[in-house]
Ligand binder design. Structure first.
Ligand SMILES: O=C(O)c1ccccc1N[C@@H]1O[C@H](COP(=O)(O)O)[C@@H](O)[C@H]1O
Length: 211
């Protein structure tokens, strides 16, 4: 079954909606420039509102952008994250993986097939649209890229497709990319940082049923 990650959750009701829909992962954004930013204290309340991953709830993914060790450490003291999603260099992401010992996904923007990772350095890759000059953040911008780039890629480890997905395009994206999992944030919002339960449900139905 295609994996589903709903990213940028900021309220308990959305967290519970994601758990009820049995999505695989929920993402918490620890990047202050994002409209989806949550503090570690807010994230603690959110993570406690649903069953732990071991008890059948979605795995909690923490997003960090160019974060130092102290920021990640302080977050982990409050929030039991299952996976780290890192926006930084490979070297820095590798150091984070070694230091914190948690499954680590590296986000990678791709504009051509030569940007696709070939080494199994991480536990997963989030493959998304490339960063553009003037962007105030490296993701969550609702921007797509050429999904066919991944079609013939032999991925070295698990990966997911992200960037500009929504209920209307996710079937085409899955077909064109061959992705085993999808990640969505702005495409299931009715305004930046505010998730729509209706759009989340529609997205999940499209992925699972082709609805
Ligand atoms: O959501 C954000 O604001 C964000 C900020 C910084 C880094 C990543 C962010 N979001 C991630 O970007 C991709 C694509 O998002 P979208 O569906 O195009 O809105 C996804 O992994 C988000 O979790």
């Amino acid at each position: 079954m295609t994996g589903i990650k709903i990213c940028g959750v900021r309220d308990v009701a959305t967290m519970q909606a994601c758990a009820d829909l049995r999505v695989d992962w929920v993402g918490l954004v620890f990047y202050q420039a994002s409209p989806r930013y949550v503090t570690p204290e807010q994230a603690q309340v959110l993570t406690r509102s649903i069953p732990s991953h071991g008890d059948g709830g979605p795995a909690r993914v923490g997003l960090f952008v160019k974060a130092d060790d102290e920021t990640i450490e302080r977050t982990l003291q409050s929030v039991p994250l299952d996976i780290l999603q890192i926006y930084d260099t490979e070297e820095r992401a590798g150091a984070i993986k070694s230091r914190f010992g948690l499954p680590t996904w590296l986000a990678r923007g791709v504009s051509s097939s030569s940007d696709l990772p070939s080494r199994a350095q991480f536990d997963g890759y989030v493959i998304e649209a490339p960063h553009q000059k003037g962007d105030d953040r490296p993701g969550g911008l609702g921007r797509t890229f050429d999904w066919t780039l991944t079609k013939n890629w032999t991925a070295p480890v698990f990966w997911m497709l992200a960037g500009g997905l929504n209920p209307s395009n996710v079937r085409d994206a899955l077909h064109a990319s061959g992705a085993p999992a999808v990640d969505v944030s702005s495409g299931v919002e009715d305004r930046p940082g505010h998730k729509s339960h209706d759009l989340i449900k529609k997205f999940v139905e499209k992925v699972r049923l082709g609805g």
